[in-house]
Ligand binder design. Sequence first.
Ligand SMILES: Cc1cc2nc3c(=O)[nH]c(=O)nc-3n(C[C@H](O)[C@H](O)[C@H](O)COP(=O)(O)O)c2cc1C
Length: 413
Amino acid sequence: MTARHAPGIEPRLVTDRPLDLAAEQERGTYGPATCADVIAELEAAGLRGRGGAGFPAHIKWRGVAEAAGPRVVVANGEEGEPSSHKDRWLLTHRPHLVLDGLLLAARTVGADRAVVYLSHVETETAVRAAIAELGPVTGVRLDVHVVEPTYVAGDETAVCRSISGGPALPTARPPRVGEKGVDGLPTLVSNVETLAHAAWISRHGAAGYRAHGSTESPGTTLVTLSGACARPGVYEVPYGLTVAQLFELAGGFTSAPAGFLMGGWFGGLLGPVHAETCCTYEDVRGAGSGLGCAAITALGSHEDPIAVAAGISAWYAAESAQQCGVCVKGTASIRDAFASLDAGTASATDRDNLARWGQTLRGRGACAFLDGAATWARTVLAEFPQHLDQNDSTDQNDSTVSDTEGERHEGNR
Ligand SMILES: Cc1cc2nc3c(=O)[nH]c(=O)nc-3n(C[C@H](O)[C@H](O)[C@H](O)COP(=O)(O)O)c2cc1C
């Protein structure tokens, strides 16, 4: 897959071909940081994590740096999100830049173990080749950990559990992985794109990084554009372009968009009016969704939002780790209600249930997985009321999910 960049920016990550060690070194990769204090520079840059939550990188780095005893750093390149391809692109085209960021993180937080966590065969091949090309690294044990691709395998607690020898399934928080992660040690888990930006910032500085983007969403980012557009793919863009401007880069819409899956399959479905929403964390949150891993899919004019919601909520029920009762029942109930709406057999109660679950099931379960299904319930009801009226029957179906049952997670995506 090729990646492109927005006109008018000097791309920081996107290149027209995979870069080997010599080509990377020519660009300064593995070179010294130009700043005295890397964490302070990340803070000044306002670097936000690209794994989904957009959490400030410097807070996580500082937390692990201040922990006692041995520490571990992990580059999360699992990318179980079905509509995202940016991490795969980065690992296959710029594996050295990701390794550079990972080793920078290890040195900065005082870790003597660094792990690249991934699922896809092409990323494993590229990363192992880059590690061999790089040769021995002093002071840090550098490994690759390969896991079966599933959605929940990318959650940071599942990452640490799997690297520690367990199943790639989430665990309850607290403790957070920054306190007890791989083998019970304080662990920094960062998305591979976050690490690539950190490496760039360490050499080009916070001010250079802030040359693009907004105050709250500074810099450039990799977006994956798909669906009803002429040229789906990965694009490096400054934060702040509208959804329509992003799709212009992808050759324009192939039909009038019926809606947008924002933030991958995690951010629900926004209506066509959101073509004018700016792609910053703050604007997309304000629109009731989330930028997540910056994957956006345009629905074509022929696509029915309710049918799409029915398909994706069925996927949620199938991908649940089946560990938390509230997630097992919640995802199944949302699936069933959307299936009834899609079949034209839904009752007013189904709609009321979806509206309630969209609110009450957020923040429930060990990880944030159920939040994604709840966001579908919330956004589809809010954004597509006209489609709900068309799919209605008078039957009464009872809610089966207790609104008070189950664990609460602290939100990590
Ligand atoms: C169900 C679920 C799946 C996730 N999948 C990924 C993933 O594939 N890649 C990723 O980097 N983060 C994923 N995350 C977020 C991670 O838990 C973690 O927050 C992230 O790797 C931290 O990196 P960042 O701070 O650089 O964003 C997932 C979270 C959840 C709840």
